[in-house]
Design a protein around this ligand. Structure first.
Ligand code: LLP
Length: 402
């Protein structure tokens, strides 16, 4: 990544997120290429980074979109993803969301419960439409990742067990308003082990074969997202081995493979850049206080997640400290007990691997505007989201003051 953080700070102020669009292209292309032996659709998981310019960049490369709210579906359409490449997942879709999804004629609705299937059936009947259904199977596999981002165990709220899925497919087959089209499985995020993915896909492939035996022929197998990235020193799943193991399990089955990566595509494209306000020592604990905070990048506070941190000065005098923001919470930190050099007012600090689940999880806590987002492509930078102003933050309340 060859980005001049100082120049961007002068031009756009701090804090900001910057994304390397060339990295996004490379990640997308690597994955797409590894599936080249089969019909495949890479449906980018919009939740990881839903900036319209990021989605548009991926749409231009041929990506589809995996969405978990009708808002994300509309973002994807607005950014130029064709409706026939959009998938809508999520455990709690409202009637209005189902109705809109049907009217927008997207590729698949990923259904996550028997009751939801009934709602989709009723609504598609009312609209005189046929809903293309994919059922999210919960294979009860431990993905061996952080419990907050594990989704493939029965104790997690996602999907349905195999027997329920089978009954639901039979319901689809017997319904004039439902078309059994796909099958879906996603066991968790930041996965670094291949075996749980293989085990899960094997369970799904067996179900596809069982369904075939009763004349239910599916066209799409959605293997979920979840491929991990390097934050620190993780050993990653090799993409070629990943796709190969999916193809092995699917031997003899002629389905288009859908894969829905988020973090893998954008995670290491992004850097969160913040500047030093102050240093202080409480007792013998050193703190560096910066202008970015937990409302901008919540992963350290929420998951105790590690992000590599670099102070952009030439100081060689390192010592232990906590890197914290101005928000009024002790949980407002980017790193604790970390060796960093002595800093001065206005020194810049880069927090890496922030392209996924960074800006999308940001909030306005403490009436802090969300920061600017910048794209860099082929050495050229451009603003892709303005920094929020105080006026933006009060716009929806102001008229109601009595
Ligand atoms: N498909 C489904 C159904 C998902 O639930 C997710 C992520 C993805 C695809 C994309 O997963 P990825 O390829 O990005 O791992 N906020 C957390 C991550 C939550 C992931 C939720 N689901 C974090 O910051 O680590």
């Amino acid at each position: 990544m060859n980005i001049d953080f100082k120049e961007l700070a002068n031009k756009y102020q701090t804090p900001y997120y910057v994304y390397d669009f060339n990295h996004i292209t490379a990640q997308y292309t690597q994955l797409k290429e590894s599936f080249r032996a089969r019909k495949s659709l890479i449906a980018y998981a919009v939740k990881a980074n839903s900036n319209l310019s990021v989605i548009k960049h991926l749409a231009n490369l041929g990506a589809g979109a995996d969405c978990v709210s009708i808002g994300e579906v509309k973002r994807a359409l607005k950014a130029g993803v064709p409706s026939y490449k959009i998938i809508f997942s999520g455990v709690g879709k409202s009637d209005e969301e189902i109705k809109e999804a049907l009217n927008l004629d997207i590729l698949l609705i990923n259904v996550e419960s028997a009751e939801e299937l009934n709602r989709v059936e009723t609504i598609s009947k009312e609209l005189n439409k046929v809903a293309r259904i994919s059922i999210r199977v919960n294979p009860n596999i431990d993905p061996k990742t952080h419990p907050y981002i594990s989704t493939g165990l029965h104790e997690n709220k996602f999907g349905v067990d195999i027997d329920t899925a089978k009954r639901m497919y039979i319901q689809c087959k017997n319904s004039e308003s439902l078309e059994p089209t796909g099958i879906h499985c996603h066991i968790g995020s930041q996965l670094t082990q291949l075996q749980p993915i293989k085990d899960a896909i094997k369970i799904v492939a067996d179900l596809i074969r069982n369904l075939k035996a009763i004349k239910i022929d599916l066209s799409f197998m959605d293997v979920g997202g979840g491929l991990g990235i390097v934050y620190k020193d993780e050993v990653l799943i090799d993409t070629y081995e990943y796709t190969q193991s999916i193809l092995d399990v699917m031997f003899g089955l002629d389905l288009t493979i859908i894969c829905e990566p988020g973090r893998f595509i954008v995670g290491n494209s992004g850097v969160f850049v913040t500047k030093v306000l102050y240093e202080k020592v409480n007792g013998n604990k050193r703190f560096i206080i910066v202008d970015g905070a937990m409302n901008d990048l919540i992963r350290p506070a929420l998951y105790n997640a590690y992000h590599r941190i670099e102070v952009l000065n030439d100081n060689k005098e390192f010592s232990d400290c906590n890197l914290v923001g101005p928000v009024c919470e002790s949980g407002d930190f980017f790193a604790k007990n970390i060796e960093l050099p002595k800093t001065n007012h206005n020194d810049l600090i880069a927090i890496y691997s922030a392209g996924a689940y960074g800006f999308t999880m940001a909030s306005n806590y403490n009436t802090r505007g969300r920061v600017a987002e910048i794209a860099v492509e082929n050495g050229v930078d451009r603003l892709i989201r303005k920094r929020e102003t105080f006026e933006d933050l009060i716009a929806l309340e102001e008229e109601f003051i009595k």
